[in-house]
Structures are given as structure tokens and as C-alpha cells.
Ligand binder design. Structure first.
Ligand SMILES: Cc1ncc(COP(=O)(O)O)c(C=O)c1O
Length: 357
């Protein structure tokens, strides 16, 4: 038997989550965000379940080329654009689309002597202050694209900083207002919404929505669970108990002895640690499922193992199944206790993890 820790990827959940996107934004085209190896789920694996998406967004050029080579004909958008003229040639060759967010990229485009066909998303910085042209720079950037012989379709885009926060409403509406003031009367397609905006702000949907996290079945919100949003977890990380320890009151477990028993108790040792992608910062009390029953981890997560409380789970022993996150154990809950967000846990799945579908 191989080491029992594995990640099961439920492709039907991915497909279903895409249909949730379409229910919320029925008039928009959907650009499925599959950067970072589809948030850790596997690029081509995820793309196969998302094949009905109208486009794909990612930022790794080699991954975009793999996607094209695999036969996907939809627009494939590079969300950080390109970093050199050599990349620009590949973008043209593979008929990829690129975000243009900086004047350096405009300079590379003007030196690029080809004609037509390069579709671009011109990014506006409406308040995120990460990528994009500020409103004062925008008219000149648009003009440069319009007069460039290399450029085909131009789409306008921006990205929200606080659409996921319950107190983010004013920030979203300020960004939207700035965007609309710039886009008004231009008659160009527009793209603004990530998962949180798709779910909470229908006024941002425009022509293209760009869902990421909701496709993978996690919630972008701290105050609403994925299940409440009708989303199904795509990745379930499971393992088994490989040893049991019987502790007496005063015994401690694991590195640093950070958990000490105050009574007689059984502890299950689970194959799975931070070298598999489980967060080392997850404290005692982070929930897990053991034999389908809710329990908690104890002590410090080590590289290859962690410890779980078997109190009250009489049937548990060596070989018992453990779910670290996924079906029945929301990744959002684990992430929150570990002081992070689901995105980070999903993306950080370790290369050594056995992935099954
Ligand atoms: C430009 C852009 N659009 C869309 C998304 C998708 O965001 P989310 O995963 O929150 O839906 C991202 C992700 O960070 C992004 O960078």
C-alpha cells in the first residue's frame, strides 16, 4: 500500500461550480482563472472539467502554451501580460491574449512590428494599486493600443481590492465608479469581477467575469460558507491513521511538546504534514474528520505527520480514514484556524502529494 495521504480532485464539482458562476452572471462570458496550476488542482485536469468556459486566465506563459497545445481554442489571457519581446512573439504564435498594465509593455508593443491579431486587456488601476494605468495615464495608453498595428480586440479591465469583505461595499462602488467614468462611451468590452464580486455585486459583471476560488469550491467570504453559496469542494485531502499513542495525564505529544494531555487519552498519528502541504501553523484545535467524525489536531504539525485527538471516537485505530480538508471539512475552516486563506492551502499542495481523480 502506498503512503495513504492523497488529494482527490472531484471534476464534477468543478463543473458544477462553473454552473454556479453562470447562474450568478448569466449574461457575462466566463474566463476561468486557472493560474498557479489551477489553484493547485492541476492545469490540464481542471481545464478538462472547465472546457465549456469561454476563456481561461493564468499568468504562466509555459502553462498557457500547454493549454493551447492541448487543443483549447478559447481566449487564453495572461494576467500579468509579457515581460520581453521574445514572449510577445510566443504570445502571437500561440494566439494568446495579454493584459497590458504598464508603459514598458506599450514600448515593447510599439517595437513589435507584426500586424494585427493580438487581443489585449488594458488594465486600469482604480484603487487596488497593484497593476494598471491610473486614470490620468489611461487615454494615452488606449490611444497607443488603438494606433498599434499589432493589436486586435481591446478589452478594459480592473480588479477589486475589497470585494470579499463585508465592509468592502464602499470600496467596490468607488472602484466601479472610477472604472465606469473611464470606460463610458468607449464601446469596448469590460471585465471586472472576481469570485467575490460575481457573488455579491451583480453591477460589476459586465462582459467577462473572472472567477477563481469559487470554481474550486471555497468561499471568498469570511462570513459565508462555500456550502451556503452552493459550491462543492473540488479538492479533498485525505489520509489514514498510521499509529496510535495512549497518553496519560501529563504526557505530551510531538515536537516542542506543545500539547500536553490533562487526562488519559488516545492520539492518532496521521500520515500527512507540512511537506505534503498541510499548514505548519495550524494550531491544536484545527478540525479534521476521523472516521467521518469531527475531531481536532493536537500539537505541532511535523514534516510528514500530524496528531489527532481520538477521544470519543471509539472505533478509530490504525487504518482509520482522516479527512484533512475537502468533502465534509471545509478548507476555509482549516485555513482560518491556520491564519491564512483557502487559496494558500490549495496552491501549496506539495509536489509529492498523490493526486487522484
Ligand atoms: C486579475 C485577477 N482576476 C481574477 C482573479 C480571481 O480571483 P478569485 O480567485 O478571488 O475569484 C484573480 C486572482 O487573484 C486575479 O488576479
Amino acid at each position: 500500500m502506498p503512503r495513504p495521504v492523497q488529494a482527490l480532485i472531484d471534476l464534477s464539482a468543478l463543473e458544477q461550480n462553473l454552473s454556479v458562476v453562470r447562474c450568478h452572471a448569466p449574461r457575462a462570458r466566463v474566463m476561468a482563472v486557472i493560474k498557479a496550476d489551477a489553484y493547485g488542482h492541476g492545469l490540464l485536469r481542471a481545464a478538462s472539467a472547465l472546457k465549456s468556459a469561454d476563456g481561461f486566465a493564468l499568468l504562466e506563459l509555459d502553462a498557457a502554451i500547454r493549454l493551447r497545445d492541448a487543443g483549447y481554442r478559447q481566449p487564453i489571457l495572461l494576467v500579468e501580460g509579457f515581460f520581453s519581446t521574445e514572449e510577445l512573439a510566443l504570445i502571437e504564435q500561440y494566439h494568446l491574449s495579454a493584459v497590458i498594465h504598464h508603459s514598458e509593455q506599450l514600448a515593447m508593443l510599439s517595437a513589435f512590428k507584426r500586424r494585427g491579431g493580438l487581443d489585449v486587456f488594458l488594465k486600469l488601476n482604480t484603487g487596488m494599486n497593484r497593476l494598471g494605468f491610473v486614470p490620468e495615464q489611461f487615454p494615452a495608453a488606449l490611444e497607443a493600443l488603438k494606433t498599434s498595428p499589432a493589436i486586435g480586440q481591446i478589452t478594459l479591465m480592473t480588479h477589486f481590492a475589497r470585494a470579499d469583505e463585508s465592509a468592502g461595499e464602499d470600496s467596490v462602488s468607488a472602484q466601479l465608479q472610477r472604472f465606469n467614468a473611464i470606460a463610458a462611451g468607449r464601446n469596448l468590452p469590460c471585465s471586472l469581477a472576481n469570485s467575490a464580486a460575481i457573488l455579491r455585486y451583480s453591477e460589476t459583471h459586465a462582459d467577462w467575469v473572472r472567477p477563481g476560488i469559487m470554481l474550486y469550491g471555497a468561499s471568498p467570504f469570511a462570513d459565508k460558507t462555500a456550502a451556503e453559496l452552493g459550491l462543492r469542494p473540488v479538492m479533498t485531502v485525505s489520509s489514514k491513521i498510521i499509529a496510535v499513542q495512549n497518553l496519560k495525564a501529563g504526557d505530551a505529544v510531538g515536537y516542542g511538546h506543545v500539547f500536553r494531555a490533562d487526562r488519559t487519552m488516545q492520539v492518532g498519528i496521521v500520515a500527512g504534514g507540512y511537506a505534503d502541504g498541510y499548514p505548519r501553523h495550524a494550531p491544536t484545535g484545527t478540525p479534521v474528520l476521523v472516521n467521518g467524525r469531527r475531531s481536532r489536531i493536537l500539537g505541532r504539525v511535523s514534516m510528514d505527520m500530524l496528531h489527532v485527538d481520538l477521544s470519543g471516537i471509539e472505533s478509530a485505530g490504525v487504518g482509520s480514514p482522516v479527512i484533512l480538508w475537502g468533502e465534509g471539512m471545509p478548507v476555509d475552516e482549516v485555513a482560518q484556524l491556520a491564519g491564512t486563506i483557502s487559496y494558500e492551502l490549495l496552491c501549496a499542495l506539495a509536489p509529492r502529494m498523490q493526486v487522484v481523480t
